[in-house]
Design a protein around this ligand. Structure first.
Ligand SMILES: Nc1nc2c(ncn2[C@@H]2O[C@H](COP(=O)(O)OP(=O)(O)OP(=O)(O)O)[C@@H](O)[C@H]2O)c(=O)[nH]1
Ligand SMILES: [Mg+2]
Length: 256
């Protein structure tokens, strides 16, 4: 199945009824070739109903993938990637539903995607920033990034940003079945395997605004799991699974 859409923005949701409407409005203001896929994990607050209603007005641009229960951010991304690859989108983007990632950065990210395989909306380069975080949240993000860079050898300044644009040709080369992080650490795993594939990774500054509505889904359990995952990933990547050998990305196909 193919589509005329150039870019699919994958938005994982779990109980984001207070945010998803505004986010969809922002994304629909982007060029018509930008489509949106909400991957909802059985939200009990009516998130999927809001998306379904909006889809009646924008059947070509809005898509919904509903899953039975809360299966994790990582598996939501992977499900979104598979959906986008099957439909022939050239770029697969990811962003949070809680308005922390402003759709206004999309243009610049897409522009940079013309010369990069992976573009990260980055809080930690000049021009980027964070609004309304407390010290605990800064510390957590700083710790995760510092460890990801030193343990996994990642080069990006912002390794945990979920605002990204992947070239589909890059994602197609990855063994998605071998991506084992189901939660937030999936962001680090995906970045690690893309980097090892030889992907050209660029960062664009974004200002991240802490959510004003709804609740964070990062639990202490999730944080602990994330840090343990770093060590597991180090071993796994050293084994050479999922592209450790490196390989050129077919950029001709990507530009077709
Ligand atoms: N489909 C799906 N989406 C999820 C799951 N967990 C979180 N999300 C979504 O992933 C995005 C990021 O989650 P947040 O809780 O905002 O996490 P965060 O932005 O890293 O952290 P905060 O600063 O606390 O908001 C949001 O759109 C969530 O609704 C999940 O298990 N399944
Ligand atoms: Mg958030």
């Amino acid at each position: 199945m193919t589509t005329t859409g150039d870019a699919l923005v994958i938005v994982p949701t779990y109980n984001e009824a207070e945010n998803i409407g505004r986010l969809m409005t922002g994304l629909l203001a982007e060029p018509a070739s930008v489509h949106v896929l909400v991957v909802d994990d059985g939200s009990q607050d009516g998130t999927a109903d809001i998306v379904r209603r909006a889809m009646r007005r924008h059947p070509r641009r809005l898509h919904l993938l509903e899953r039975e229960g809360k299966l994790g951010l990582g598996t939501a991304y992977i499900a979104g990637f598979r959906y986008g690859l099957e439909r022939g989108y050239r770029h697969l983007l990811t962003m949070d539903a809680d308005l922390s990632h402003h759709p206004g950065h999309l243009g610049e990210i897409m522009h940079m995607a013309q010369i990069a395989d992976l573009v990260i909306g980055s809080r930690y380069i000049a021009g980027g920033g964070i609004r309304n975080w407390g010290p605990h949240r800064y510390l957590l993000s700083w710790g995760a990034n510092t460890l990801a860079r030193s343990i996994l050898g990642l080069n990006a300044r912002d390794c945990t940003s979920g605002y990204r644009c992947y070239r589909s040709a890059l994602i197609r080369q990855l063994d998605l079945d071998a991506v084992t992080s189901d939660g937030y650490s999936c962001l680090m795993e995906l970045l690690a395997i893309c980097q090892r594939r030889g992907a050209v990774v660029r960062e664009i500054p974004i200002v991240f605004v802490d959510r004003r509505a709804g609740h964070s889904k990062i639990s202490s359990m999730e944080i602990g799991k994330g840090f343990l995952t770093l060590w597991r990933l180090r071993g796994k990547l050293a084994d050479g699974s999922n592209g450790a050998s490196g390989s050129a990305i077919n950029r001709k196909e990507a530009k077709a």
